[in-house]
Design a protein around this ligand. Structure first.
Ligand SMILES: [Zn+2]
Ligand SMILES: [Zn+2]
Length: 318
């Protein structure tokens, strides 16, 4: 039916500490600067001022940092989908920190809250409060609310807290590393700076928007394969770009599942890496639901119609 669901009311930020103009300005810079650099990079690309080395560094840095978010921040830290030996935990959380999406514990706390309140009042980033709010707007309000009780599950996580104390080291390394790679392989300072541009700034922009698309696009567009108590959806473009994170309806149905791709064709690079590490003995207790539990939750006729948030975009809902 052409039902238009009312939007969620704006969450009053009562317990919030008032974000200072400095916090907001830094955040604005972190959002705008990579985007502006990407616009410049597109001009470079158009004029063919780009080398295969730049693009290779971009690709490698993207996979490293997106995997840090997907495998490290999300599946390992937030959902405890598997246990890893300490140095593997450290490396994946460091890789995630380079993605410039905030300190690990704060990211995980925000995400626990998202699962607890998904598409209900209190969800930090539901598209029911507006698509752009879910994509980026929430950062300037809910992101700046201190994590409070939501950070409790991570209180005793020594590795995560160690990484958070070193946040700026890895945040800066995310820009220096691609530059050094450019310099070492390209043997010129120009290659250093174009390495910083592609492997640093443009890569951060893509990583940001893919992660944010999991919050906005994957709660609005795509297929629902499982019954879940929210608007989560499987969206294949975000699925592939997010190294498996876009199979988001699967994920909301079984949040602790280590593998988000649950059909052979649901490409999930993060899952392949977890499986490889399991074979190598680096991770154990890799959690997956039982086949019969998955069958019981499966939607008989998966709908590919637009979700309720689409109504907030002014799109008709089938
Ligand atoms: Zn979600
Ligand atoms: Zn999750």
């Amino acid at each position: 039916m052409g039902m238009v669901r009312t939007r969620l009311p704006r969450t009053p930020a009562l317990d919030a500490h008032q974000a200072s103009w400095l916090e907001k300005s830094v955040l604005l810079l972190v959002v705008i600067l990579p985007l502006a650099a990407t616009a410049a990079a597109v001009v470079f690309l158009w004029n063919r001022w780009v080398t295969p080395l730049d693009l290779a560094i971009f690709g490698v840095m993207y996979v490293i940092t997106a995997m840090g978010i997907g495998v490290g921040y999300h599946r390992m830290l937030t959902h405890r989908s598997f246990d890893a030996v300490p140095w593997v935990r450290y490396v994946f959380l460091a890789m995630g920190t380079m993605a410039l999406q905030g300190p690990a514990v704060e990211w995980a706390a925000t995400h626990v809250k998202h699962h607890a309140k998904s598409d209900k009042e209190g969800d930090p980033h539901s598209p029911l409060e507006g698509f752009w709010h879910a994509h980026v707007g929430w950062l300037f309000r809910d992101r700046l609310i201190k994590s409070g009780v939501w950070a409790k599950p991570f209180e005793n996580d020594k590795v995560a807290h160690a990484i958070d104390r070193q946040f700026w080291i890895y945040a800066i390394l995310g820009f220096v590393l691609p530059g050094v790679l450019g310099l070492a392989i390209g043997h010129s300072w120009l290659a250093f700076w174009t390495g910083v541009l592609w492997g640093g700034l443009v890569r951060v922009a893509l990583g940001h928007h893919v992660t944010w698309s999991v919050n906005s696009v994957c709660h609005t567009f795509g297929r629902r394969d499982f019954e879940s108590n929210d608007e989560s959806r499987n969206e294949w473009v975000v699925g592939i770009l997010g190294l498996g994170e876009g199979w988001h309806n699967n994920h909301h149905a079984f949040p602790k599942a280590a593998y988000h791709g649950m059909r052979w064709w649901q490409i999930d690079l993060n899952a392949y890496v977890i499986r490889a590490m399991k074979r190598l003995g680096l991770v154990k207790n890799v959690w997956m639901p039982k086949a019969e539990d998955m069958e019981a939750r499966r939607v008989r006729k998966p709908s590919s119609g637009l979700g309720a948030p689409a109504a907030t975009l002014g799109l008709a809902r089938k």
